[in-house]
Design a protein around this ligand. Structure first.
Ligand code: BTN
Length: 254
């Protein structure tokens, strides 16, 4: 395992320092294992490959060479792990668009293009030494051959390589993303959450769509109606009732 340190003092918080590894098990876990009060907020752990990349709900995140895998350490003003996971979908979509993919967000924070997933976010809240930390892990299928992803993933996945047919260096994508994420985080620190939630709603493709949402209490089918101020998805189910969903996996239906 090799480590290179990159400093970017022009940024305010997010990405001022980057630890770049060739391979780790999971960048979220590397950050979690090294968590200490002296680690600077905004630290990014980036790896070229992950041996045990993790997705939401205990799923695996295929992390072959070519993709972009990184985690950001934040110490927000409240226990906002899930909210920051939603909000960081905004710079993610900005970066994907900048590099040519007109992606949007499927609630809560999958970046999708034409119903295929191109990036995902796993945001975890951790208390350490009585301080609340958030680790926001982001995986982007940049230069990934979709055909080489595991069979169950490949039919619902896409990559920059597949859509843009042009090589985008991971450094370049990460640099652009971190610039936008740094701006977003400053806004988060200075703006009431409901205002940012409006921006999130504007990028969320799930609103207005027919959906099936797998929740811990069963599947809810209906139409995406709204996102609450706290980031929950509101679905109007087939009986016409409004159901608020805090955690689940959404499928956009035709
Ligand atoms: C999901 O859509 O299920 C979330 C995927 C998150 C993957 C990223 S890759 C970098 C970081 N490290 C991990 O192990 N997972 C996240």
């Amino acid at each position: 395992m090799t480590l290179t340190e990159i400093d970017a003092p022009h940024r305010a918080v997010v990405g001022r320092k980057i630890w770049h590894y060739d391979v780790v098990e999971s960048t979220n876990d590397t950050l979690k294992e090294t968590l200490a009060p002296e680690l600077p907020e905004g630290l990014v752990v980036w790896a070229d490959r992950q041996a045990a990349g993790r997705g939401r709900h205990g799923r695996a995140w295929a992390s072959p060479a070519g993709g972009l895998y990184f985690s950001i350490l934040l110490r927000p003003k409240a226990a906002h792990a899930q909210l920051l996971g939603l909000f960081l979908g905004l710079p993610l979509v900005q970066a994907l668009r900048h590099f040519g993919v007109l992606a949007g967000l499927k609630w809560p924070n999958d970046a999708v293009y034409q119903e295929r997933k191109i990036a995902g976010i796993l945001s975890e809240g951790v208390y350490r030494s009585e301080v609340y930390h958030v680790i926001v892990g982001i995986g982007v299928n940049t230069n990934v051959d979709v055909d080489r992803l595991p069979p169950d993933v490949r039919e619902h996945a896409t990559s920059l390589k597949r859509e843009v047919r042009m090589y985008v260096a991971n450094e370049e994508f990460l640099d652009y993303f971190l610039g936008k994420a740094d701006e977003l985080y400053s806004r988060y620190l200075n703006t009431p959450v409901p205002i940012l939630m409006k921006d999130y709603r504007g990028q969320c493709l799930t609103i207005g769509r027919r959906v099936a949402v797998e929740t811990p209490k069963g599947t809810i089918t209906g139409r995406g109606y709204d996102i609450t101020a706290e980031g929950a998805l509101v679905v109007v189910d087939e009986g016409g009732a409004k159901r608020e969903i805090v955690d689940g996996t959404v499928q956009h239906l035709a």
